[in-house]
Structure formats: C-alpha cells, structure tokens
Design a protein around this ligand. Structure first.
Ligand SMILES: *[C@@H]1O[C@H](CO)[C@@H](O)[C@H](O)[C@H]1NC(C)=O
Ligand SMILES: *[C@@H]1O[C@H](CO)[C@@H](O)[C@H](O)[C@H]1NC(C)=O
Ligand SMILES: *[C@@H]1O[C@H](CO)[C@@H](O)[C@H](O)[C@H]1NC(C)=O
Ligand SMILES: [Zn+2]
Length: 973
C-alpha cells in the first residue's frame, strides 16, 4: 500500500463514536491497519478524530513482505531473467495461457526450524490451455524456492524440455521451453517448492496465541487478497484467471485443517503427519483461496441447505463468544438468497477468528477469516458497538460470497464492484437480523459523510481507478472511495430505480456472469435494462449508463445551489458546481472527462409537501417555483451523493423550523443539513454563523443522527481552536447545548440501540468539556473498580469512563489500567484500555508511556503506531508525542520500518491540529531532515503541509467570526 493510509478494523465499528479508526499501519509495504476505540471519548481537547476518520474497510487486505526479509535461499539455477526486456517485463500476465485446474499440496511446519524461523513446503500442479504459441510460461510466484519444475503435455504425458528462473521485480516464475507450446494443447506445470512461514500476515503465514494452559500455540492461516496467493504456491494470480482447485493440507494432532470446500478424506502419512484433502472448488479467483491449520473449536448452525460454523480459540468458543455470529449467519445468508434471488453457491460456510489478522476480515469463498473483534462478541463485557461491528462485518463478508466471489471484477481497477456492493449490502443484511438498529439511518452519518469528507479533497480519485498495475497500486485501492463512495452511489441508484428494478438488474447480472468477471459496463447495462422493463419506475435518467458514468469515472461530487432570485421571489434557480473543501483549490483541476458536471438525481421537498419530487439536473440550469415564505430542502432524506446550498433566507426558514418543530423534517435530512452547512462554511460558501445557529435545535432534538453529525463537524473546529481564545466560549456553548441531552439520557444504560450510542455521545461530550458532575461520576465508577477489584461499569460506557477517569486522574488510575491492559485477553476490552491509557494529561506519565510503546515486551509492535496516533489526538499529549517521534525517528524507522507501523497514519494524526506558521515551519524542517526516511509517509508529509496551509488560512478567515458568535451566545446564557 505504499504510502497510503488504509484502515481496517481493530475494534472498529462503523459508527465512530464508539469506536474510531485511527489511520492504518503501514510500513514499507506492510500494512496493518488499525482501528481504535474511541468511545466518543471526547475530552475537551482530547477530542476527536471525528469526521477526519477514514473508513473502516472491513476486509481491506494487506500487502506484505516477509518482516524479517529472510527467504529460503535461492537455488543455483534460479537466476533472474537478465533485465527488463522479454515477456516477463510487463507486470501484467500475458494472455497466452489460461489456467484450468490446480492441485495444491501444502505442509506448514508449526515447529520452528530455528529460533523464530518456520517453513512450509509443498507441491503444486496447474493444467492450462495454450491460446497463443509461446516459449514462456509466466506465472506468479513470490518468495518461493523451487527444487523441481516440470512441464508435461497432458494428452501424451510427455515431459517437455525446459529451464526456469524467477523475475523478482514482477513476482514471476519464468519457465522457458525448448520448443514452443502449441496452440490448443493442454499442459501441466508441476513444481516442488518451499517458503518461509513468517508472521507477516500475508500469503500462508503463522499466527500464535497463549492458551488457557499458558502454552504458546502456533497456527497457520492465510490472507491472499489481493496479490499474496503467489506467496503460497505458483499461480496465475489475477482475478480474471479463474480455475478450479484441489487443496490438500498437512497437519498433526490435535491440529486440523480447513479450506474453502468441505474435506473429503484425512489420511495418515507417516509418523504424526496427516493429510486432509478437500473437495474441488468451483471456478474461482486465486485471491479467494484460504487455508488454515489450527486447534480451534467451533459452534454451528445451518440454513435449510448449508452448514454454518464459527471457529475460534477454544477459550473464546467455550465462553460463548461465537454464539452471536452463529445465530445471525443463517438469517443473513437466507435474506441475501431471497434478495439476490440466487442460491448461496457452496455446500458450507465456515467463519473463523484468528489472533493476528491485518484486515477486519477477508471474504474467502466458504472460509471467511476475521480478526477476533469482527467475529466474536461477549455480551457480558462488550458494548453495543462491538456487537454492531460483528453483525456488520459478517453481513459484509457474506455479501461478498456473491459480489466478488461468484462474480469478480475483471481487474482490480473495478474493486468498487466488490467493496462498494458489500459496503452497501452490509446495511441490508444487518437490518435483516437487527431491524431496530436503524441501519438505514446510520448510513448517513457513517458511510455518506465519511465518503464526502475524503472526496471533497483534490487528492481524491475516481471510483474506477486509472493506471492500476503493481501490487502497491492495487493495495492503494482498498480505500474510502472504493468502499464508502461505492456504497453511496449504489444506494443512490437503489433509491431512484426502486427496489424492484434494483433487484431484477442484480439477479440478471449475477445469473449471466456467475463464475466469470464483470466491469461497471455490464452492471449499468443490466440495471438500465431492468429499469426499462420494470413498471412504475418514476422518472429514470435518460441513458442510464452515461448518467451513472459521471459518478464513477470522475472524482468528487457537486454542490447544488438552490437560490431564490430575490428574497421575495418564488422562483428558485438550481445550478451545480464541483464541491471542494479547500476554498482556494481550483475547481477544474485535475481535468475530468466530464468537466465536473454530474447527472444529478435531485430530490426536493418544500414545506407543506408530503412527498419529495425527483428531477435530473445536469449542466443546464433549472428554475423551480416554490411557495412564498416557505422553506424548501434539497436532497431530502439524504439519498443523493451531493451537497445542497441555499439562499440565506431559506437557511433562516429551515433554522426556524428546526427550532420550532424539528420533527417535521426527516431525521436523515436533519443530520445532512448540519453536515452540509458546516462543510459549506469550511469551503467559504457560507458564513459560519449559519451552521452555528443551525446547532441550536439540538437542545431539544435528542436523536442520535443529528447529534452525531454535529459532533463530527464540530470536531474540526475543536482541532483548529483547541488552543485559541475561542475554545473557552466553545466549550461553554457545547456544555450548554449538551445539557438537556445529558439530563435526558442519564447514566443508566439501556433503551434502544441508538439510545445506547447516543448516551455515549452525551456523556462523552459532557465529560469531555469538563462538566463537573460527569467527570466526578466517571472517576467514581473507575475508582470503585480499582478499589473493589470488580468491574461493574456497563460495557457501553467503559471507554468513556476509563478515558475520563484517566484524563482527570493521576498515576494510580493510569497504573491500574496499565496492569489490566497487560493481562487482558478479550480483544475488544484490551483495545478500550489501550485507547484510554492515551487519554492521560500528566506530562511524566505521557513520557513514560511513550517509552513503553517502543518496548515490545509491553506493547505488540503492530499496536504501537495506533497508540502514537491516539496520543497525537490528545491536546495535552500531542506536543510531547510529536517531539518524541521526531527525536526517535531513526530508531522507529529502523526497527518498525520493516514491520507493522503506519508512518502515514502517525503523520496524519500528529499534524491534524496544525494551524500556525510555527507548526508549518516545524513540519518543513522535519521533511528536510528525514526526507529519505519517511517510508510510506512521503505522500502524507506533503498532504500535511498542504492541509496545514489550508488550516492557517481557515483560522485567519474564520476564527474571529466564530469567536464573536460564540461569545455572544455564551454571554446571554
Ligand atoms: C515436504 O518436504 C518433506 C521432506 O522433503 C517431504 O517428505 C514432504 O512430502 C513434503 N511435503 C509436501 C506437501 O510436499
Ligand atoms: C499472441 O502473441 C502475439 C505475439 O506476442 C501477439 O501479438 C498476439 O496479440 C497474441 N494473441 C493473443 C490472443 O494473445
Ligand atoms: C484441453 O482442456 C479443455 C478443458 O478441459 C478441453 O475441453 C480440451 O478438449 C482439451 N484439449 C485437448 C487438446 O486435450
Ligand atoms: Zn469487502
């Protein structure tokens, strides 16, 4: 993933509040993404990454290199083809050969060969057809050492004379034939090889845990997506190169093996070794293979046709932590079967939680692999958001069994066809099992706002990516654009075509292309046809594909201006313009094939109307007639992927209505109006007093959605103004605003799912801005745990309580949490403690914690960068942390530079508050000193310089206005 930040989910939930992501961990090529629990842990000034949070692609993969860099030594005849000419020079595979069937036999050795050095060995054969006469078999292979490579013609069984070598720059095994392979004939390539079983989270790798008997147990597991199947065995490792696979795995008692298909035999080989053979897979892409050798337990369930098991560490399964996933899986599977009208394609579905996993989860066909926080749930100690995280990720991965697995993108540039779909359908699947969670409303404050934040920057990209070739290009696509923006566009389409045409198009598309590959062209064609043949689709776009291409082939999105011709006029003119957050950015750069004009499905509603109207807006302006003196709202119910701006009078009418009867306006629109107003003000398209006034109705509206939206938007103000005179009136205003909500929700846990979320917002905000009763309560609850030894804090409030108690406490509180952290085995609870330790405001404790973070006997290396990020979001700790990181940069770069460390995540979080010339100079100095030691952080340093400049300008433009408005408000309280 090069220098790009990606995310996944260590404890994430897609609702931030509860859990916020920190930026992903990346280094060199290793990305381990990380998510951090932040219960809306808003400490004044400790506040939040809210709003700036990247999305938690739940199954973002990792690109890995062996962390040790140690590779089994290369055989004598394995020299590289000399130089970059020849058919191996292109990073894409030639189309001369088409794979048909593989037989892969792997033996992961779970006992070390020497200290921390483990290996696997195996054999693999692939049958292929020749489409074009060629002298070369070029097949992917990475970090494998070959002892035998043989080519035979299948019909005759004759071995063909050949020699082999590897071309490492493109991760190829190159077999050169003495005579050309003949068009139309089939051959088998058979290999015998060996590789390191490293703990590098990629390909076939090892993971470990400590069992209840305190023994260290090593297991083998896989993460192939996108380009690491080639690290387990030689394969044509591109998604369109589909084939069938026979998998065999070796293991010793009490270990057993799992793969995509059910096992058919287990035979005793010799001594302790056994070998399990699995049934032949359907035609599938190599990146969806999965192999596991472990000693786990499971719980099971079934749909009417398909067995569904949940595997985990024996201790976790015994504790019932797999039960929730077990209960919901068949319901979600059957819901999707009905929704897509296509049966689940495999005879079984296994889901397994492994101790070390880079992404949140991976949708391997028939054997989905998760990190523990995304599959296991302990109802006694985990929170509502931990539970939602499990439901959402399970729904996401199960959706991929159709979208991604049954049909796959022709190439990675169309990754959104997988991830956008799964990220949309995860809401539908979760809603099927948890209908009271208001998943469809939550979409607005999670994926929609997240996507629009990222896509409002000039550094964004079109959904269908350009110039995607290398593994690092591919890894960079697992981002907010593929996931969240993809989901937003699909949701917008669903809304204007209606459920019937939406489902009909999908069913036909799945049936037509099953076991094959697709691009957006086929998808849009099938939806276009479905729209044409489904009665009752109101006002479809003219030319479905062309209209939708404006959303996926250019970056960004529009703001629709909806303005009265004069304050008394009943004529409202609609125009669209590209929206960019930076007011000084050029609206026409970089160039777009559609010149930043979109075919906008524009919905609007005016006061007194009961249902909204849809019209299509492109580059021609449209004039509407509206009733005099009444408000109107564009993008009503927030299904559109665009912002709406109004004339000042209309903003006033809306604000009045919200203050005098907010219930009249749809709750999703209330959240959207707040986000639009704040972002429009940030882009200098609106005076800041308008969004600020718009927050006043939150004194009476207690719904989660508008609050969540407001807290996200205000987080940017807090970061900019945390050390300015405006912070005083801001915190007084916020305390006043949250007062009614805080009193309404109280500290007594319960109520609906979103009331539980909202209580965290209420308490987090009140305590964060220093509400004395709130802080006292948090401290008392924490100290009760500390003194009695029994933790009676309700799981939903743990992060908030821990964080505030530590922030307002001293070394006793911190030391207590540190001891708990070191010994905690529940992954979600451990993450809450880890986040809370970073809430301290005491300088010497911060300093000591910084030292602990770099000591891997205390903190696992893969967790270190997320702690630095948490500390950098803490207003009290950020200077010390930034100084420490700069001071220790050489050490960090050398030790963590080959491992799990997100330089880009650290740079993003540690500079996110920067808004002064002095900070800019520091940043420039850092770049000068460490230019050659930034690893994956190079692009982030450039972005940080750019956003610091923008922030400096923002403060010049807005600080005074905001200060004045807040001061006026506060003086009248
Ligand atoms: C791995 O290597 C050992 C020793 O050479 C051999 O006996 C075994 O068959 C190999 N395993 C596989 C799966 O090829
Ligand atoms: C076959 O190979 C030739 C020469 O490399 C190339 O020009 C042609 O496009 C190839 N055809 C196919 C079907 O790949
Ligand atoms: C090659 O394999 C394909 C697929 O199994 C088969 O249809 C074809 O007849 C084979 N060709 C030859 C020459 O055996
Ligand atoms: Zn996914």
């Amino acid at each position: 993933m090069g220098g790009f930040d990606s995310i996944d989910g260590r404890n994430s939930s897609s609702t931030k509040g509860k859990v916020v992501l920190s930026k992903g961990a990346v280094v060199a090529y290793v990305i381990v993404t990380i998510i951090i629990i932040v219960t809306v842990g808003l400490l004044a000034g400790l506040l939040p990454k809210r709003g700036e949070i990247d999305c938690p692609p739940v199954d973002k993969p990792v690109e890995t290199t062996a962390s040790s860099g140690v590779i089994v030594s290369t055989g004598a005849d394995q020299t590289s083809p000399s130089g970059p000419t020849g058919p191996w020079a292109d990073v894409r595979l030639p189309k001369d050969l088409v794979p048909l069937h593989y037989v892969v036999d792997l033996q992961p050795n779970l006992e070390p060969v020497s200290t921390d050095y483990y290996v696997f060995n195996g054999t693999s054969s692939v049958d292929f057809t020749v489409k074009n006469a060629t002298s070369y078999i070029i097949i992917h292979s990475n970090k494998l050492n070959y002892s035998e490579v043989i080519v035979k013609e299948i019909e005759t069984g004759m071995e063909q004379s050949s020699s082999f070598s590897t071309y490492e720059p493109n991760q190829f095994l190159v077999v050169e034939m003495s005579t050309k392979l003949v068009v139309g004939k089939n051959y088998t390539l058979s290999t015998v090889f060996m590789g390191e079983l490293a703990d590098d989270l990629g390909g076939l790798y090892r993971s470990s845990y400590t069992n209840e008997a305190k023994e260290s147990i090593v297991i083998a597991t896989t993460q192939m997506q996108p380009t690491d199947a080639r690290k387990a065995f030689p394969c044509f490792d591109e998604p369109a190169m589909k084939a069938t696979f026979d998998i065999k795995l070796w293991h010793k008692d009490p270990y057993f093996a799992l793969s995509n298909m059910p096992n058919i035999t287990t035979e005793v080989i010799d001594g302790d070794w056994k070998r399990t053979t699995f049934d032949t897979t359907p035609i599938m892409s190599s990146y969806l293979l999965a192999f596991v050798v472990c000693d786990f337990d499971y719980v099971q369930n079934a749909t009417s046709k398909v067995q569904a098991r949940i595997y985990g560490r024996p201790e976790q399964i015994a504790n019932g932590n797999g039960d929730y996933a077990r209960d919901i899986t068949p319901v979600i599977l059957e819901h999707f079967e009905t929704f897509f009208n296509v049966a689940y394609p495999l005879p079984k579905t296994d889901q397994i939680a492994v101790p070390d996993f880079a992404a949140g989860a991976m949708e391997n066909w028939g054997l989905v692999i998760y990190r523990e926080t995304a599959l296991l749930y302990d109802s006694m100690i985990n929170s509502a958001s931990n539970k939602q995280r499990v439901a959402v990720v399970v729904a996401h991965e199960l959706a991929h069994q159709w979208f991604g697995n049954l049909i796959s993108p022709a190439w990675w540039d169309e990754l959104w066809l997988n991830e956008g779909f799964a990220s949309y359908v995860e809401y539908i699947g979760t809603n099927a099992v948890e209908p009271t969670w208001r998943m469809n409303d939550q979409f607005v404050v999670s994926d929609l706002h997240r996507a629009m934040n990222v896509d409002g920057l000039t550094s964004s990209r079109p959904i269908v990516a350009e110039n995607v070739e290398t593994p690092s290009d591919i890894n960079a696509l697992f981002d907010t654009i593929s996931y969240s923006k993809g989901a937003c566009i699909i949701r917008m389409i669903n809304h204007f075509v209606g459920d019937d045409a939406f489902k009909l198009g999908l069913m036909n598309y799945l049936n037509e292309f099953e076991y094959g590959t697709v691009t957006h062209k086929e998808l849009f064609q099938y939806w276009g046809n479905a729209v044409a043949t489904t009665p009752g689709v109101e006002n479809p776009p003219v030319g479905f594909s062309n209209a939708m291409n404006t959303w996926i082939l250019q970056m960004g999105y529009p703001v629709v201006n909806m303005k009265r011709e004069s304050t008394t006029s009943t004529n409202v003119k609609l125009t669209q313009e590209r929206f960019l957050l930076d007011p000084n950015a050029k609206l026409d750069e970089p160039t777009s094939p559609y010149s930043y004009v979109w075919d906008v499905p524009f919905w609007y509603l005016s006061e007194d109307e009961t249902s909204k109207t849809l019209l299509w807006l492109n580059d021609a302006d449209v004039t509407l007639t509206v009733p005099a003196g009444k408000y109107f709202i564009g993008n009503y119910e927030a299904f559109g992927y665009y912002r709406v701006n109004y004339d000042d009078k209309n903003w006033q009418l809306i604000t009045d209505k919200l203050n005098g009867g907010f219930e009249a306006i749809d709750v999703k629109s209330r959240a959207q109006l707040i986000d639009d107003a704040f972002q429009l003000a940030r882009a200098k398209r609106l005076d800041y007093t308008i969004p600020l006034r718009l927050t006043e109705f939150l004194r009476s509206d207690f719904d989660y959605l508008p609050w969540e939206s407001a807290l996200d938007a205000i987080a940017y103000l807090v970061r900019m103004l945390g050390r300015s005179k405006a912070y005083g009136p801001l915190s007084t205003y916020m305390l006043d605003l949250v007062g009614p909500l805080y009193n309404n929700l109280t500290w007594i846990d319960g109520g609906s799912h979103l009331e539980q979320y909202q209580r965290i917002n209420a308490i987090g905000t009140a305590c964060g801005y220093g509400h004395p009763g709130c802080v006292q309560n948090a401290t008392d609850k924490f100290n009760e745990w500390r003194t009695t030894g029994s933790n009676s804090i309700t799981p939903n409030l743990r992060t908030t309580v821990y964080c505030n108690a530590i922030a307002n406490g001293g070394s006793e509180e911190w030391d207590f949490a540190w001891e708990k952290y070191k010994n905690e085995s529940n992954s979600q609870e451990k993450a809450k403690l880890e986040y809370s330790l970073a809430c301290t405001r005491t300088p010497w404790i911060i300093r000591r914690f910084l030292d602990y973070v770099l000591d891997d006997t205390y903190v696992r290396r893969q967790d270190a960068s997320s702690i630095f990020q948490d500390l950098c979001y803490n207003e009290y700790a950020r200077d010390m942390t930034w100084d420490f990181i700069r001071q220790e940069w050489d050490f960090i770069y050398n030790v963590y530079g080959t491992g799990f460390f997100s330089f880009s995540g650290i740079i993003n979080s540690c500079t996110s508050h920067f808004s002064t010339d002095f900070e800019l100079q520091q940043l420039l100095g850092f770049k000068d000193t460490n230019g050659d030691k930034l690893g994956s952080g190079v692009a982030s340093v450039e972005q940080a310089i750019e956003s610091t400049n923008t922030n400096i300008q923002w403060r010049k433009d807005n600080e005074e206005v905001i200060f004045t408005w807040l001061s006026d408000q506060v003086s009248s309280l």
